[in-house]
Design a protein around this ligand. Structure first.
Ligand code: AP5
Ligand code: MG
Length: 182
């Protein structure tokens, strides 16, 4: 069974939904940079104040800020982990690679959750988070295709990528993920 896993995929693909389930059943630490940033915003911390407007536009928060959040949590523990929504661009992927080399915990698997744009927009509009209005969702999709999608080729070249069809019920998708996690 894989212990150090990344979930990659567009906004609304179900990264959070599936990561929560897999982390619970496999006893992994679930780190969602989006959730951690929303917690900072809710707490009104300096970091949250810096991130809030950027998130409201659907742009990416600075790499250094996000890396600081991840580093603090990954270096604390020796068990397995599941990163959801990080890395988000090639610079973050390189920073993560350096950090993981430092702590001797290489990535074992990258799961790509693949879904068409119209279904993504439908799911997110039905949820209605602060950044789930049509204009911001469309911008998040553009940011994803410009900045995050290049990570697919990056991890495929390292032989780490498994693509999973993210359509159907939560349970059906969870079964496909279990099959690649082992
Ligand atoms: P983040 O929180 O990561 O949001 P996102 O990538 O836009 O993705 P979502 O969380 O919206 O979707 P998801 O794939 O997790 O799907 P979910 O399970 O929720 O990031 C938000 C912002 O924070 C970014 O825009 C950026 O500003 C900042 N940020 C975060 N990380 C960053 C980083 N590393 N660097 C820089 N900035 C960063 O599901 C979506 C909905 O669909 C839910 O309502 C769910 O119930 C439903 N659903 C799930 N599965 C199914 C199913 N099978 N059938 C029907 N409905 C389903
Ligand atoms: Mg999420």
């Amino acid at each position: 069974m894989k212990q150090r896993i990344l979930f990659l995929g567009p906004p609304g693909a179900g990264k959070g939904t599936q990561a929560e389930r897999l982390a619970a059943s496999h006893n992994l630490l679930h780190l969602s940079t989006g959730e951690l940033l929303r917690a900072e915003v809710a707490a009104g911390s300096a970091l949250g104040q810096e991130a809030e407007a950027v998130m409201a536009r659907g742009e990416l928060v600075s790499d250094t800020l996000v890396l600081a959040i991840v580093r603090a949590r990954l270096t604390c523990c020796n068990g397995g982990w599941l990163l959801d929504g990080f890395p988000r661009n090639l610079a973050q992927a390189d920073l993560l690679q350096q950090l993981l080399e430092e702590i001797g915990q290489p990535i074992e698997l990258v799961v790509l959750l693949a879904l068409d744009d119209e279904t993504l927009v439908e799911r997110l509009l039905a949820r209605g988070r602060a950044d789930d209005n049509e204009a911001v969702i469309r911008n998040r999709l553009v940011v994803y295709s410009d900045q995050t999608e290049p990570l697919i080729a990056y991890y495929r070249a390292k032989g780490l990528l498994s693509s999973v069809e993210a359509t159907g019920t939560v349970e059906a998708i969870a079964e496909r993920i279990s099959a690649v996690v082992g």
